[in-house]
Design a protein around this ligand. Structure first.
Ligand code: SF4
Ligand code: SF4
Ligand code: SF4
Length: 404
């Protein structure tokens, strides 16, 4: 009997390695009541080959290796790329390098229904869909098979994802490929796709129009005060922040993430990826001569020789400052090693949501947003234009860094 199942939820990060490797296609990834995908095994077709267990990154944990020693704080030279990226636009430079070798990029993106999936890109124009973080677990479907096919065909492939998705991919491939380049990010957790669906329903109803644009980290009011922004077919716009938004409040209050994220097996500084990226919130701490212009920087940890070579190859496209790995992790990448807070009412939250309650009612029941916060949220545009919002930056950054 195999141990792959949908029962021990905290022991499955949903990486899809088992489902993609199964030679009998008897594993399907199906949604649970929280909207997360878990493997469901058809034992009538199973031939007990145990391949699924052998590629599971949680059953087969990667031993820690030597801690990485090289890190940089990076910004893309192209101001337009920086403006439209979550942090400093470093990943776009890596993607462009792979594309210049006729490669293919796989990463999380919105599909036409604003569901988050791993999609591919083969041109610079297509890279736009990967820009900006997506605070939802991406659906990988058959991405691992597509990555392998391209690698076996001799093409350069770049895969970006959560640490568990990258480890799942490498386990699934079962052998190293020189033509594969991987980038993971420091990951707090992944919120439920069901919560995102409920959020979209709520907003569509409120604004009486279809969503035409979504960005979890739009820099409308600067990097440190990024917003979840939606635009609608009728021209209206919704701009919310971590304190006023139903989706972000649920996420940062630790009530809507995947069970495996609260006890993550992949939280460590040394990773199996080639490069690890995350937000650099405190540039002046590392480079005191620089003023923080509120546009964003990317912290990059070098995990392999391939990663080092990539940075060398794209150095003309980036402004780079050397940084100390431990200091970076302590100040900006602490989620690489610390699990997030788990709200004690998480199960009740999902029970109410899956019973059909609207997201605003569920949020106001379990993680209420104060009216004062909502009012303050509505004045952010004015505060920003008056230059007063910047004074609140430090307090919001410290909340983000508090682990909750
Ligand atoms: S044991 Fe083999 S056949 Fe059975 S589910 Fe796992 S991979 Fe598929
Ligand atoms: S962690 Fe990945 S490989 Fe392991 S059971 Fe879950 S989906 Fe399958
Ligand atoms: S927190 Fe851990 S388990 Fe959750 S998505 Fe990130 S790497 Fe995967």
């Amino acid at each position: 009997m195999i141990s792959i199942s949908n029962e021990n939820k905290k022991d499955c990060c949903g990486c899809t390695a088992c489902a993609n490797i199964c030679p009998k296609q008897c594993i399907t990834m199906t949604d649970d009541n929280e909207g997360f995908k878990y493997p469901s095994v058809d034992f009538n077709k199973c031939v007990d080959c145990h391949l699924c267990e052998r590629v599971c990154p949680i059953i087969n944990k990667t031993e820690s290796e030597e801690e990485p020693k090289e890190a940089y704080i990076v910004r893309n030279n192209d101001a337009e790329i920086v403006k439209n990226s979550t942090s400093g636009g470093a990943v776009t430079a890596f993607c462009e390098e792979i594309l210049s070798k006729n490669g293919i990029i796989f990463g999380g993106a919105f599909d036409n229904d604003f569901e988050v999936r791993h999609l591919s890109a083969e041109s610079v124009e297509e890279l736009k869909k990967f820009r900006s973080s997506k605070y939802v677990q991406s659906d990988l479907t058959d991405t691992f098979k597509r990555v392998k096919k391209n690698l076996d065909d001799g093409r350069y492939v770049m895969f970006t994802g959560t640490p568990c998705q990258v480890e799942g991919l490498l386990k699934y491939l079962q052998k190293p490929y020189d033509n594969l380049f991987t980038v993971d990010f420091v990951c707090r957790a992944v919120p439920s796709p069901l919560v995102w669906r409920k959020y979209k329903e709520l907003k569509t109803k409120k604004y009486k129009s279809e969503i035409t644009y979504a960005n979890f980290r739009e820099k409308t009011y600067g990097y440190h005060s990024a917003n979840l922004t939606l635009r609608f077919a009728n021209g209206k716009k919704s701009i919310e922040n971590t304190k006023t938004d139903y989706m972000l409040k649920s996420f940062f209050d630790g009530i809507c993430s995947r069970p495996s994220c609260y006890e993550c097996s992949f939280r460590k500084v040394d990773r199996v990826s080639d490069l690890t990226v995350f937000d650099c919130w405190n540039i002046t701490r590392y480079v005191p001569t620089l003023a923080d212009d509120d546009k964003g920087y990317t912290a990059v940890i070098v995990q392999s020789e391939k990663g080092r070579q990539m940075l060398k190859n794209v150095s003309e496209k980036l402004i780079m400052h050397e940084a100390d790995v431990d200091t970076l992790i302590k100040n900006d990448g602490f989620m690489a090693v610390n699990n997030p807070y788990k709200h004690p009412k998480k199960d009740e939250y999902f029970k109410m949501l899956s019973n059909g309650a609207e997201l605003d009612k569920v949020v106001q029941t379990f993680v209420p947003i104060k009216l004062s916060r909502q009012l303050l949220g509505k004045t952010r545009g004015i505060l920003y234009r008056l230059g007063l919002l910047n004074r609140l930056k430090k307090s919001s950054a410290s909340t983000r860094n508090s682990g909750r």
